[in-house]
Design a protein around this ligand. Sequence first.
Ligand code: PMP
Length: 389
Amino acid sequence: MSDAAVRAVRAVRALIAARTPPALAELSPYVPDPTPVPVRLDANEAPALLPTLDEAERACLAEALSAVEPARYPDVRATALRAAIAGKIGASGDSLVIGVGSDEVIAILLAALGRGVDGKPATIVVPAPTFVMYRISARVHGYDVVTVPLDADWDVDEQGTIDAIRAHRPAVVFLATPNNPTSGAYDLGRVRRIVEAAARVDPPSVVVVDEAYLPFRLAEGDPWRGVTGLDLLAESSHVVVLRTLSKIGLAALRVGWAVAHPLLAAELEKVRLPYNLPTFSQAAAACALGPLAPAIDRHVANVCEQRARLLSELRRVDRVRFGRADANFVWLGLEGLGGAEATSALKARGVLVRNFPAHPDRIRVSVGTRAECDRFLEALRDTLAGGRA
Ligand code: PMP
């Protein structure tokens, strides 16, 4: 390295140390495993959608995309998409904040709600384990993070969460239900009582009910019997519901949204960058919610069918344990085999899954097509039998 390059490195290190919040030093960029593995069951995506579309559906999507004029900025309010979402969920357009995935909506919420209480930094309360972006985004925005471990059945710890809310008066409590990575929906009564407790602290805490995986919960044996976060929002104005198109076959679009009381949504809109949602995504998402809706429903139904089949196959595999699976993935415990070990053995057999260092005996496996699930089952049986890849 030249002297000038060495000086630049020193100067930039000093700049970073002096100018970035200490929380950045704890974080690392999110980098999914880039290995080209034939079966990818590591990211909770749906299987490929295009091969399932008929000719008319493909033409409809192609037409929506080809009508996009690239010289113009996107529609700031995403008018057509807003109307499509509002119509689908029966909410008013003014209650929606649409983001580049629900990841962006989480960041918008945290940017807007960052005022601390009594001179202390703002805080979030989250179960553990749960979706990592709550913690990462909160740290980036200067929040403290209080975690409350899930109970032995991977359900939310009602008393622990209520105690944490009373002790810390958090700006936001994040409840993903079904939860990632555990796949189970939290008990509805517990969630309701947590929502009530959050309303009673001064100032009240916002409770985010993140329903990224709702379509898979609604499909069969729904533990909430059709109740959704929107019902909780109708009962309690400090609830914010998160939804996304990412899990149902449209992850490439990066479209997610919050549903909130319109007054709160108006505050969040001040934080949202004006042209956040590319026109291509607005057009494709409006099409997906309109003419493509039957194709998306078929896709979700297929995943649910494969989930049921996968679970019944897994019941017949020795040394495998699992609980509720209300989302499009399963949270598996493997006796006598570590999660990291299992993940690399499965990868060597062409199947990518996720392991979690904080839960070394577990892996998370997304539900894929029938062929992908079979390939996973075969690789798992082989791994457990101690075969060589
Ligand atoms: N919420 C939960 C619970 C998730 O698991 C995920 C994705 N893994 C997201 C939100 C983010 O989804 P997206 O940004 O793709 O909408």
